[in-house]
Design a protein around this ligand. Structure first.
Ligand SMILES: C[S@@+](CC[C@H](N)C(=O)[O-])C[C@H]1O[C@@H](n2cnc3c(N)ncnc32)[C@H](O)[C@@H]1O
Length: 400
């Protein structure tokens, strides 16, 4: 039966027909998000923020950046104290979206640790031209700061020392979808259904690749993850973030000394690869509405899938990173002093009441355990000596 909301756009019909009538879900996700002429991110159609398609922590207000800056400053000062070689510290943001986090981090560092500002260069790594155009407008307003866009391959050629931030980027990486049905495993694909001269998208089961089989075997032998879990119904679907291992491998070559902070939708393997989660974690967003139908409005929605925490840590460890620790965003932000920001609102004058209420709402959203507060912060360290000790303030007891 066709899904009338899964109408296939013209450009995608050609791509699928040219690929023999079906493509992998991985390819589908990559095309609808990142195809240079039609993807939701690459064309810059997607908007992040309260008036856009979805909110991220930095899009709510600059408080997220001001709190994160406390940890970033600690790390940069730790690097300086340790005596590592550097010309400029690099603050690298991967997938900067609207560019607000980069801008607000630099502004917060300039306010709290002005002496650091002229020792930092800001590097933005953005895959999609449409997003980069918007970042340029936001970040170029910063005065007196070295700032450039680059890509991971070029950075590997001249490695740096500093801090890398990836906030809500990995969830937008294309994933393989794996289907378990009738005691067999399949790679999920997307194909066309032509009805009344119109093309609609539909799922098909494809043969699994050797990479998928390796992933299943290794997850089982190294992490004791069972695929499929016991007691699944006759069909169970999940995801594999297949680009994360090579991404972590390449990033470890970018950094000589420093830290990497991944902030994203993530959960433990027990919750992720659970019989109850029979459609995986994949979801689409448009105009602030979440939808589990990921074939609907192709090229006009964001698609996002959670990370598996143990797999991500394992990929990092096998790619040259040391694991510093992991916690929920709510805990991390409270440890960095979010409650002080809330208390300071008590001194608001009656003229500023409406702005104060908005700020209070944004602060509470950042720690909401049913929303952004449930995001995970995973930190890793890269060093070329065992003497480098980077602080972990985000893992400490909450500041009150
Ligand atoms: C969900 S947005 C997050 C934006 C921002 N970090 C924030 O928190 O508001 C994902 C961003 O990552 C970019 N992106 C996606 N894949 C990427 C990749 N492989 N390398 C760099 N950027 C990527 C997208 O174009 C977009 O700018």
């Amino acid at each position: 039966m066709i899904d009338p909301t899964a109408r296939c756009p013209e450009w995608l019909i050609d791509r699928i027909l040219n690929s023999g009538g079906s493509i992998s879900f991985y390819k589908y996700m990559d095309l609808v998000l990142n195809d240079p002429e039609n993807g939701f991110y690459s064309t810059g159609k997607l908007k992040i923020g309260k008036d856009g398609d979805f909110c991220t922590s930095p899009s709510l207000s600059n408080d997220f950046a001001r709190l994160l800056a406390i940890q970033v400053i600690d790390w940069l000062l730790d690097l300086e104290k340790s005596g590592v070689d550097y010309e400029l510290f690099s603050l690298i943001e991967i997938g900067p979206g609207e560019g607000t986090l980069s801008r607000d981090l630099i502004m917060a560092i300039a306010e709290t640790a002005p002496d650091l500002t002229n020792k930092i260069e800001l590097i933005l790594v953005e895959l999609n031209v449409g997003m980069r155009r918007r970042q340029e407008k936001v970040v170029n307003s910063l005065k007196g700061i070295n700032c450039r866009w680059s890509n991971i391959e070029d950075l590997i050629l001249s490695p740096v020392t500093g801090v890398i931030i990836a906030n809500e980027v990995l969830d937008a990486f294309p994933v393989e979808r794996l289907v378990f049905s009738d005691n067999k495993v399949f790679r999920q694909g997307v194909s066309l259904n032509k009805t009344n001269d119109e093309y609609f998208l539909e799922f098909v089961d494809l043969k699994p690749t050797s990479e998928i089989i390796n992933f299943l075997n290794e997850s089982n032998s190294l992490l004791k993850i069972e695929f499929p879990p016991k007691h699944i119904c006759n069909r169970w679907v999940t995801e594999w973030h297949c680009d994360v291992p090579s991404w972590l491998g390449k990033l470890s070559k970018v950094l000589i000394n420093g830290s990497l902070l991944i902030v994203d939708y993530a959960m433990e393997s027990k919750r992720y690869y659970n019989a109850m989660r029979k459609e995986g974690t994949l979801i689409s967003y448009r105009n602030q509405k979440a939808n589990s139908n990921v074939l609907k409005d192709a090229g006009f929605c964001d698609l996002t899938a959670h990370l598996c925490i143990e797999s991500t840590i394992n990929y990092a460890l096998t790619n040259g990173w040391k694991f510093m620790g992991e916690t929920r965003q709510g805990q991390a932000l409270l440890a960095l002093g979010l409650s002080n920001f809330l208390y300071s609102l008590q001194n608001t004058s009656s003229n500023d009441l409406s702005a104060a209420l908005n700020r209070r709402e944004s602060l509470l959203r950042l720690v909401d355990p049913m929303g952004l507060g449930d995001f995970r912060w995973l930190a890793f360290q890269k060093d070329n000596s065992d003497d480098l000790i980077l602080g972990k303030r985000f893992l400490e007891e909450p500041v009150s």
